[in-house]
Structures are given as structure tokens and as C-alpha cells.
Ligand binder design. Structure first.
Ligand SMILES: [Zn+2]
Length: 208
């Protein structure tokens, strides 16, 4: 059973308004779930000693911005032919091929973050390659925030459109269906359609 609820919550977290009290409880819960245990202990001690939560919220904000950057990074590479290999412990692969899919696993590094090395395989077919071929591929390195292992194992095998940004409001969304989605919600789809229709009308009116 895939942990797709984690992906859903991650999308909610990156879009959460951390200044709004209604989002705070959720954001805090999600952060606690992802951060390593020692971080959690520090927060707990801080609370017991009456330390204000400003520092904690700074951490959560930072975590949110790290995740936004990580998702942007993934988004930029979608639909291209890449293989991502995770450093540390085991070797996994993540291929965006003709049949777009995530085929990957993940391994956490010592810092509780995921290190990724990505090889550009443009024009190259096949899912795995030998050491010599790896050396000739341009390398790109990336460290992911805590929780990436869960994200990647949940995305494994899903189409690349499983995560994306709304064509209307720009928010991140998770799409667990088999159909590609451009908008995060029916509301956004309607708004975009209305806008397109009025643009067409305008164009029509301007034409001689
Ligand atoms: Zn939207």
C-alpha cells in the first residue's frame, strides 16, 4: 500500500499559510512527523522551559522553503530523461523515460537528509547503466529535506503528472488518478476557462 496520504500532506504543507492559525497546527504536525527525533526532543525541552515558539516557527518556515525548492527542482526535470541515484547505503534509480514514471527508492544520509545524484540520460535508453557510462553523464547533486524517502517511495511508479503546479493559481497539488490534471481544483479549472473565453472575446472584438 502506497503512502500517498504523505504526498497529499506534503502538498498541503508547502502551500500552508504559516501565519494563519488554522494552518499552524497542521504545519506543526507535519514538521514533527518529518524531522529527526533529536530535533523533536529539542522542541519539547524548549516548550517545557517556557521558551517561546519563534525559533520553532523559523525552523518550520525554513523546512517549508526547502521543500518548495526541492519540488521546483523535481518539476523542472519532469518529462526529461534522467536517472536519479541516491547516495549512501543503497543505489536506486529514478527514470523519466518515454513512459513517464518515477522508478525510485531513497536512502537517507547521516544528516537525515537525502542526497541525490542525477545523471542526464538524454538520448540514452535503458534503465540502468554500468560504472563507465555513469562517469560520462553530467552530474548534478541535490540534498532533499527530511521526509524525501517517503515522498519518493510513494511516487514510485506513478506518472510524472502525479505531482504538479496548478495552471491557474500555481499551487502544488497531488493527483493520484490516472488522468493528467492541469488545475488543482474545479474552481481553478473554471476560472481558467472563463479567463480564456474572455481573452478570446477580446481578441475577437479587436480583430478588424
Ligand atoms: Zn489552482
Amino acid at each position: 500500500m502506497k503512502d500517498t496520504s504523505f504526498v497529499q500532506r506534503l502538498m498541503e504543507f508547502v502551500e500552508a499559510d504559516l501565519d494563519a492559525s488554522s494552518s499552524r497546527r497542521f504545519a506543526m504536525g507535519f514538521y514533527m512527523e518529518c524531522v529527526p527525533a533529536y530535533d523533536e526532543a529539542i522542541i519539547q525541552i524548549g516548550r517545557e522551559h517556557g521558551v517561546d515558539e519563534t525559533e520553532l516557527w523559523e525552523k518550520i518556515r525554513e523546512f517549508q522553503s526547502e521543500w518548495r525548492k526541492a519540488l521546483d527542482w523535481i518539476e523542472e526535470r519532469k518529462g526529461r530523461n534522467y536517472q536519479i541515484e541516491f547516495l549512501e547505503r543503497e543505489v536506486f534509480s529514478w527514470t523519466f523515460g518515454e513512459k513517464p514514471s518515477f522508478t525510485l527508492g531513497a536512502a537517507e544520509s547521516e544528516e537525515g537528509k537525502l542526497d541525490v545524484i542525477i545523471y542526464n540520460l538524454s538520448g540514452w535508453t535503458g534503465k540502468s547503466f554500468g560504472a563507465d557510462e555513469k562517469a560520462s553523464c553530467p552530474k548534478e547533486e541535490k540534498t532533499f529535506p527530511p521526509g524525501a524517502r517517503r515522498l519518493f517511495s510513494a511516487l514510485d511508479g506513478l506518472p510524472t503528472f502525479a505531482i504538479g503546479r496548478c495552471g491557474n493559481c500555481g499551487q502544488w497539488f497531488f493527483n493520484p488518478t490516472k488522468r493528467e490534471k492541469v488545475y488543482c481544483s474545479p474552481v481553478c479549472r473554471n476560472r481558467a476557462n472563463v479567463r480564456k473565453a474572455s481573452q478570446r472575446k477580446k481578441k475577437g472584438a479587436e480583430a478588424p
